[in-house]
Design a protein around this ligand. Structure first.
Ligand code: ZN
Length: 81
């Protein structure tokens, strides 16, 4: 998966979680609560599984970087390798 896609997917999942929490104030629903609880978990799983250096395969960490801190490979997110 491309690094850019990983970031977009994470943002969508976090946004969905926030939306679900907001909806819970309007309407109490178990489904909304479960989805709202699973979305941040999904974002975490996506991050751990796919937020990795394309060359060495190690996790890139929390911060946005322009190169891998482990092997120094440039991370061109626009081309998303
Ligand atoms: Zn690397």
């Amino acid at each position: 998966m491309k690094l850019k896609t990983v970031k977009i997917l994470e943002c969508v999942l976090i946004a969905l979680a926030v939306l679900c929490l907001a909806l819970l104030y309007v309407k109490e629903s178990t489904v909304i609560g479960v989805v709202g609880g699973l979305c941040p978990l999904g974002a975490l799983v996506v991050n751990v599984l796919f937020w990795r250096c394309p060359k060495c395969g190690r996790w890139l960490g929390r911060d946005s970087k322009h190169f891998c801190t482990h092997c120094g490979t440039p991370l061109d997110r626009e081309n998303g390798n």
